[in-house]
Design a protein around this ligand. Structure first.
Ligand SMILES: *Cc1c(COP(=O)(O)O)cnc(C)c1O
Length: 428
């Protein structure tokens, strides 16, 4: 690695003008120590920092870059669209194509509304569920992150994990009082909560595969159980698929696990790397939105042509190619290699993976919940992170983030990653 002279100078400047020097907290490297590097450009599976270091990237802009960075068809779509104007604030044809494509890929999305971030999507879905049911309480799960929405920022994983409860100052206790927080993968806890608040719970919101406290999977029967409980009670089941949507397949987690939620939230991949979000689901619920119904929701830049063009290019490409089997193969290769590397190095570790999402925890495991994830040795992760970075491999700078493989990662890239990890783990 070349010395990070330019990154250091930029960070010193950034600290003067931007709180903590960053526009989103986890980027500040507080979870691993040290200072962030600044990116100059990115292509395929690689990013180059401003000091000329080439890094193999497993962050993929936190999920969106599933086809790799600067994917030519996406870049061309943005360029062509920009020449026609960058924002109209009145309907444009790309919005209709996007809605239709989402509807075609995810059958539960009978109607969809576009917005500008995953946070907006979950915030709006919660408001809609409350407006539809006339109830106030929301159930969320420990370790699930749904963006920085006031009432959802309780035990919210990743960036917020080291803080107390509620996870952020500035949220009235009255808000978080309407949020019931339960451990993930525990159906009895959900049944008890429904018994304690009869007719009071508007919705359950969850990441069907929680990927913001590392990564863990739903136990067999868990998602089915949530579907049964909400259906019997008349509460709305909301899948937050901002991370898993179009990542685990064209149908997202709901396609993979064959569950039909009432509402779903999307973001990340569906914007092809531009700011975007979407929420949708049952037509009778969605029709409660203004201008048809009494639940207000709006956005000056919602359905923005550049974001629609980039997202459409990404989704159309994903829908055509044999991308998902390829991503699965790379994921399996990484999983196998990392498990062996940890075992040979004698490092207690648990490697969770589904498709092209993964997380290695430094604990014996298994990891099924936030409580399990918290057993991971975070000092060891910090050493591992910096060791890998020195080898030119960029992992998310926190134990509580998932890693992402893109279609641009080759079998050789994975092999090199495993070899580097084997060396780094021996020195932990
Ligand atoms: C990233 C993420 C969000 C928030 O999306 P933003 O675009 O960052 O606001 C919400 N839910 C999940 C599951 C996410 O991974």
């Amino acid at each position: 690695m070349k010395p990070s002279t330019r990154s250091k100078a930029l960070f010193a400047d950034a600290l003067k003008y931007i709180p903590g020097g960053v526009n989103s907290p986890v980027r500040a490297f507080r979870g691993v120590g040290g200072e962030p590097f600044f990116v100059d450009r990115a292509l395929g599976a690689r990013v180059w920092d401003v000091d000329g270091n080439e890094l193999l990237d497993y962050v993929g802009t936190w999920g969106p870059a599933i086809l790799g960075h600067a994917y030519p068809k996406i870049v061309q779509a943005i360029q062509r669209t920009a020449e026609q104007g960058t924002s109209f604030g009145i309907p444009n044809p790309l919005e209709v194509r996007m809605a239709e494509l989402i509807w075609r890929s995810v059958p539960s999305m009978q109607k969809v509304r576009m917005c500008n971030s995953g946070t907006e999507a979950t915030m709006s879905a919660i408001r809609l569920a409350r407006g539809f049911t006339g109830r106030d309480k929301i159930i969320k799960f420990e370790g699930c992150y749904h963006g920085h929405v006031d009432s959802l920022l309780v035990k919210a994983g990743s960036g917020a994990l080291t803080l107390g409860q509620p996870d952020s100052a500035g949220i009235p206790v009255a808000f978080s009082n309407e949020t019931v927080v339960l451990p993930f993968n525990d159906l009895d806890a959900v049944r008890r909560a429904f018994a304690a608040h009869p007719g009071g719970i508007a919705a359950i919101i969850l990441e069907p595969v929680p990927a913001n406290a590392g990564l863990y999977l739903p136990r067999s029967g868990y998602l089915e159980g949530l579907r049964e409980i909400t259906e019997a009670d008349g509460a709305v089941l909301i899948f937050d698929e901002v991370m898993t949507g179009f990542r685990l397949g064209m149908g997202g987690a709901q396609g993979k696990f064959a569950i039909t939620p009432d509402l779903s939230c999307f973001g990340k991949i569906i914007g092809g790397g531009l700011p975007v979000g979407a929420f949708g689901g049952r037509a009778d619920i969605m029709d409660c939105l203004a201008p048809l119904g009494p639940v207000y929701q709006a956005g000056t830049l919602s359905g923005n042509p550049l974001a629609m063009a980039a997202g459409l290019a990404a989704l159309e490409e994903l829908g055509q190619g044999e991308w998902y089997p390829k991503l699965e193969a790379r994921g399996a290769q990484l999983e196998e290699g990392m498990r062996q590397a940890a075992e040979r190095a004698g490092v207690p570790a648990t490697f969770n993976r589904i498709g092209s999402m993964f997380c290695g925890y430094f604990t014996e495991g298994p990891v099924w919940s936030l409580a399990d994830a918290m057993r991971s040795d975070r000092d060891r992760f910090a050493k591992y992170f910096h060791g890998m970075l020195a080898e030119g491999i960029y992992l998310a700078p926190s134990q509580f983030e998932a890693g992402f493989i893109s279609a641009a990662h080759t079998a050789e890239d994975i092999e090199a990653t495993v070899a580097a990890a084997a060396g780094v783990m021996k020195r932990l």
